[in-house]
Design a protein around this ligand. Structure first.
Ligand SMILES: Cc1cc2nc3c(=O)[nH]c(=O)nc-3n(C[C@H](O)[C@H](O)[C@H](O)COP(=O)(O)OP(=O)(O)OC[C@H]3O[C@@H](n4cnc5c(N)ncnc54)[C@H](O)[C@@H]3O)c2cc1C
Length: 291
């Protein structure tokens, strides 16, 4: 199918882009990597009056990594973030998760920020932002605001972005010393959206006991489901954790739905299994061990 007709604009500056979006109001859509929007247009599941292609806007493709975390610009492609040594050093979960996003050709074009705004509950990057307590910076003609992850994902394929706003960057915080992360998922084919997936972050205390443990689960709710499982895991070394009890605690926290890919019960079971794998690997990484 072909997309419905729309007014295509390709601004050369951020100011021009924000002006075009303000004019279009709820009829405007941003085009970034196009890896989700173009299929939606071609299937006629989206019919915006105006598409604002921001690919020529300078200054939006930055990846700034530092001790506090990584700020990723709106035009930083999945592949660029995945390959950035600075981003991997400051927040290893980015690379761990991006390797699971679709296929390399899609990652060459798709953007991390686009994936956040698209807010697919099966997508990896929203779970990463939610787990880390990151934020998204939104710009409009009226100014800028920084929205924390907890308020950003408002429903399946729904985010806090308002008509007239452009997400200019996202911030993924670093974790404290003695922390580790991991992402595990199961997809029917490599590169497909996950049937279920879990991102985990673990921080150890000075005696190498688990001091903090969190998971973010995908494909088991309308938005990424974040759970603090510190009480179920610690304070004890990873080798002494009752992992079956941790899996049960995570299973109790999610409310998946069944569909043609998996029953709700299977998704719940899988989430418990993946949570334990991800938490154990995150604890190993916090110890400085390869998983
Ligand atoms: C075959 C296939 C498999 C895929 N598998 C996965 C997968 O396993 N995991 C996964 O996470 N994703 C997957 N994707 C989606 C892919 O990661 C997309 O790149 C991503 O979801 C959207 O990024 P984009 O830059 O292409 O956004 P676009 O397609 O350009 O836009 C997506 C949506 O976000 C809005 N938007 C984008 N950028 C901004 C911005 N800066 N400000 C405001 N609004 C914005 C657009 O208006 C649109 O509504 C898959 C895609 C395909 C085609």
């Amino acid at each position: 199918m072909k997309p419905p007709p729309f007014d295509y604009r390709r601004p050369a500056t951020l100011g021009e882009a924000l002006g075009l979006l303000a004019e279009a109001g709820s009829g405007g859509k941003v085009l970034a990597g196009g890896q989700s929007l173009i299929p939606l247009l071609n299937m006629r599941l989206a019919a915006p009056a105006r598409v604002v292609d921001v690919n020529r806007v300078p200054g939006l493709d930055g990846i700034e990594a530092g001790p506090s975390g990584v700020r990723v610009g709106a035009l930083a492609r999945h592949a660029a973030v995945e390959r950035s040594p600075g981003a991997a050093a400051a927040q290893p979960l980015l690379r761990q998760a991006l390797r699971l996003v679709a296929h390399p050709v899609i990652r060459n074009r798709g953007t991390v920020v686009g994936s956040l705004v698209h807010a697919d509950p099966a997508a990896e990057m929203p779970a990463v932002l939610a787990l880390l307590g990151g934020s998204v910076r939104l710009a409009s003609r009226g100014g800028e605001r920084e929205v924390p992850a907890a308020a950003f994902f408002t429903g399946p394929m729904e985010s806090a972005v308002r008509p007239g706003e452009l997400a200019v960057s996202a911030f993924f915080p670093a974790l404290p010393a003695r922390s580790g992360t991991a992402f595990h998922e199961v997809a029917r084919r490599h590169g497909d959206y996950a049937v279920a997936g879990v991102a985990a972050a673990v921080t150890l205390d000075e005696d190498l006991r688990i001091a903090a443990a969190r998971v973010a689960c995908v494909s088991v709710g309308p938005v990424p489901v974040v759970a603090d499982v510190t009480a179920a895991c610690g304070p004890r070394p990873a080798a002494s954790v009752a992992w079956d009890a941790v899996a049960a605690a995570v299973r109790d926290l999610v409310e998946p739905e069944g569909d043609i890919h998996a029953t709700a019960d299977y998704r719940r079971h899988l989430t418990g299994v993946l949570a334990v794998r991800a938490l154990r690997d995150a604890a190993s990484a916090a110890h400085g061990e390869e998983s």
